[in-house]
Design a protein around this ligand. Structure first.
Ligand code: PFF
Ligand code: NA
Length: 452
């Protein structure tokens, strides 16, 4: 089957891979994670994790996709018949994520609108929980929140539209629009944040190194965890995207570019977020450490409060939430493409049918999170996926390939045959030993914290 879809340009592939990598994890996960795990000192384990696991795994996933030219299940089945299930496991994890990820994008769409006139009023937290999500009286399950439902439908329409148009005309075009726009918007946000009073206070808190924490195993686990999540590794995404690469593509180089671009955006987000938190701290006469937050709390509770205190609040708020929407959409498209490609190949159906069936099912399931009790459900599913889905699927992947398949040398020679940078023993050590040990340890930690 040599009529497989392909990216139009190398830049198109790189933007799509970056679009998947750059997401909410960069904007709301990295800054707080770095702060809680040693601040400036966190950069050491973080860089170590990027070079010993992140980029080596990206190279591996690009190689798998490029060599076998198939979705994750199909690529794994070509490596060895008994490994097809690893691909399906990864696709399943992505599928589950794609049922609640669009909810967060939907909230961000509404909040970019709420920003004008700061409709959350003086109690941003209360507004989010009680007025917007109507969580206060969950009542019976089944009562939809219209202000979540409508933007959710808009998200699905956008996703269906781009996925339906295919790799080059859909996914590539979407990322060529979203990612440059996101970078421009984010640069404006960072410059604005840096010129606010108190910004330096925030940066000081963010970069101040606590070297004593380096000896703590959990800091290293946090660094590896951030890298895996942030680079969209072990979600079947990078295998699928790389399967659309032309034969002549520099795999290793592309992996380094994706890895460093994602980390650069992460650093930029850390600076923007902490400069803004410094502003809040100085306005309310608190220590920066008292206002630090991550995740949903940062975006929908703390940031609205800060935005209200800013000059030109409407514009800043709009740009901030628009950046969440763009970062979220490009990641959402990538997760959904994993099952579109898998279904298309497994059942030999057209792209349109695979989008309608896979995306349709995910869209229906996403309605559960548009309910009044949606936030709690989202929290539970997300924690479960993060604790088990991700670490396990990375572990399956790397152990299967390094220990049970033909071995890493086979993949190394494929990558080397098309890449400028040649891989050495270091790559096999990173994937065959370091990564399995770290992922195994991570898995045990998760289990332990769950059971205790
Ligand atoms: N890599 C994305 C981020 O850092 O935000 C998150 C992500 C996207 C995770 C897609 C998983 C996924 F399937
Ligand atoms: Na990321």
């Amino acid at each position: 089957m040599e009529n497989r879809s392909q990216w139009g340009t190398r830049l198109g592939f790189l933007l799509a891979a970056m679009g998947s990598a750059i997401g909410l994890g960069n904007i709301w996960r990295f800054p707080a994670t770095a702060f809680e795990n040693g601040g400036g000192a966190f950069f050491l384990p973080y860089l170590f994790a990027l070079l010993t696991a992140g980029i080596p795994l990206l190279i591996l996933e690009y190689t798998i996709g490029h060599k076998y030219r198939g979705s994750a299940p199909k690529s794994y089945s070509k490596i060895s018949k008994g490994m097809e299930w690893i691909g399906w496991w990864q696709v399943a994890v992505s599928f589950v994520i794609s049922t609640y990820y669009p909810i967060i994008i939907a909230w961000a769409i509404m909040y970019s609108y709420f920003s004008f006139g700061q409709q959350w009023g003086s109690d941003a937290t209360g507004f989010f929980v009680a007025d917007y999500l109507q969580l206060a009286d969950p009542g019976t399950f089944g009562s939809m929140v219209p202000m979540v439902l409508f933007p959710l439908l808009a998200v699905w329409l956008i996703v269906f539209f781009f996925l339906g148009r295919g790799v080059k005309k859909g996914i590539e075009v979407a990322n060529k629009i979203f990612i440059p726009t996101l970078v421009v918007i984010f640069l404006i946000i960072v410059v604005r944040a840096l010129t606010l009073p108190g910004a330096l206070l925030g940066l000081d808190a963010f970069f101040k190194p606590d070297w004593s924490m380096i000896a703590d195993g959990s800091v290293w686990v946090a660094a590896y965890g951030q890298i895996f999540f942030s680079l969209s590794i072990a979600f079947a995404i990078m295998i699928t995207y790389a399967s659309y690469l032309p034969k002549k593509s520099d795999i290793t180089n592309n992996a380094f570019i994706t890895g460093f671009a994602n980390s650069s955006f992460e650093l930029l987000a850390g600076i923007g977020v902490f400069a803004t938190l410094g502003f809040l701290a100085s306005q309310s006469n608190e220590a920066v450490s008292e206002v630090v937050a991550g995740g949903v709390g940062l975006a929908f509770m703390v940031f609205p409060e800060i935005i209200s205190q800013m000059p030109m609040a409407g514009l800043f708020g709009f740009l901030f939430f628009a950046s969440l929407v763009l970062a979220g959409l490009s990641s959402m498209i990538s997760i959904s493409e994993t099952y579109v490609a898998a279904v298309q190949e497994k059942f030999n159906v057209s792209r349109g049918k695979a989008v309608a069936f896979g995306g349709g099912l995910a869209a229906v399931l996403s309605l559960f999170f548009a309910n009044q009790g949606g936030l709690n459900l989202l929290d539970t599913v997300d924690r479960f996926i993060n604790s088990y889905g991700v670490a396990l699927s990375g572990l399956f992947q790397v152990v299967a390939i390094a220990w049970f398949a033909k071995g890493l040398k086979d993949f190394q020679s494929h990558a080397d045959s098309v890449s400028d940078i040649k891989l050495g023993l270091w790559w096999r050590v990173c994937l065959g030993i370091i990564t399995p040990v770290v992922l195994g340890y991570m898995m045990l930690q998760n289990l332990r914290s769950e059971l205790l």
